[in-house]
Write a protein that binds this ligand. Sequence first.
Ligand SMILES: C[C@H](O)[C@H](O)[C@H]1CNC2=NC(N)=NC(=O)C2=N1
Length: 95
Amino acid sequence: MDKLTTPQIEAQLKNLDGWTYDNGSICKSFVFKDFKEAFSVMTHIAFVAEQQNHHPNWENVYNQLTIKLNTHDAGGITQYDFDLANAIEQIVSKG
Ligand SMILES: C[C@H](O)[C@H](O)[C@H]1CNC2=NC(N)=NC(=O)C2=N1
């Protein structure tokens, strides 16, 4: 999978509310009702990440979850990152 160019990255970010391109990753922070909700979402994401064989760099503090996506194998941002970001948005929107 080839690395995306900055214009390609910016174009896809327009369709991903709240995601930004920062220091080589696409990133978004979420705030949930409580820890249980945050961890429940993380568990759902984990299974999708396994299905896609594409895994997040993430940090959870109580009800907060910060996700950073990049493709280690490519040393940059690829479509895999946007596919997972879109899947994450689907999961979070379903609650
Ligand atoms: C061996 C395994 O398929 C690779 O390491 C996969 C696993 N998950 C991955 N996740 C991410 N974010 N980037 C990768 O390059 C990647 N590669």
